[in-house]
Design a protein around this ligand. Structure first.
Ligand code: ADE
Length: 243
């Protein structure tokens, strides 16, 4: 069972973790999710967690003494990744999700206000992760994005065994098109190849459709994709705008 501890000023934001697949992962004892309120680790009677920045500039920062006390109390003597969610971190992706899903334990620290005292990073943070080049009001949504992407990689969480191997990004490509009944809707049909039961042909068609979609939506991904000569030829025809 994987354990994830989340340190936040707003544990109530994590309600979505109690529904659907994230709930199922916990119910089936594949995930032990523990939410901790950083405010519980304040020493002062007003329970303040933030203060004004040295040097001015406005905004409030999370205090080093409070956040470090919270991390150390939760971590105990364990050695595990302590990840700060912040827009300054390395950008999260599928590879990082797979790597982190192999850890027995993770601690996620959600920043708030204008940021966090730099000494928190020096003292307890092992990894700084961003979910993209935009700024959120706090790290909570980012922590949930990480957890969702990580937890669905844990064996047994997804229904179909190996379901996570064939999806977008698993092989560096986007997934192609999928169809289900009805066979015709508003004049739109389903590609014949998917209906003829020839699985060799179906696999080849899916692979090319995946290359086609990646070319249109995320061409930069193709630079690192492992393509056969036939697939490179297909890509060249796309690039020449013939298909
Ligand atoms: N906190 C604020 N913005 C963020 C981002 N883009 N990624 C992770 N944490 C954040």
């Amino acid at each position: 069972m994987m354990r994830i501890d989340v340190l936040t000023l707003f544990p109530q934001i994590f309600a979505p973790m109690h529904a659907s697949m994230m709930w199922k992962a916990q119910d089936h004892q594949l995930l032990d999710l523990q939410l901790h309120d950083i405010r519980d680790y304040t020493q002062n009677k007003h329970r303040t967690v933030d203060d004004t920045p040295y040097g001015g500039g406005g905004g409030m920062l999370m205090r080093v003494d409070v956040v470090v006390a919270a991390v150390e109390a939760v971590r105990g003597d364990d050695i595990c990744p302590v990840i700060l969610l912040s827009p300054q971190g390395r950008v999260f992706n599928h590879r990082i999700a797979v790597e982190l899903s192999q850890q027995p334990r993770l601690i996620l620290v959600c920043g708030h206000y204008e940021g966090i005292d730099e000494r928190v990073r020096e003292l307890v943070i092992t990894d700084d992760i961003s979910i993209g080049d935009y700024v959120l009001t706090g790290g909570e949504l980012a922590a949930m994005v990480l957890m969702d992407a990580i937890v669905r990689q844990i064996p047994g969480v997804l229904g179909a065994e190996g379901g996570a191997d064939r999806e977008s990004h698993a092989d560096g490509l986007l997934e192609g098109a999928h169809y289900t009944r009805p066979a015709e809707f508003r004049g739109l049909g389903v590609p014949e190849v998917l209906k003829n039961g020839n699985h060799g042909e179906i696999d080849r068609w899916r692979r090319l459709d995946s290359i086609r979609r990646t070319w249109h939506n995320r061409p930069e991904l193709l630079r690192h994709a492992a393509l056969t000569d036939a697939e490179k030829y297909y890509l060249a025809t796309l690039a020449m705008n013939k298909k």
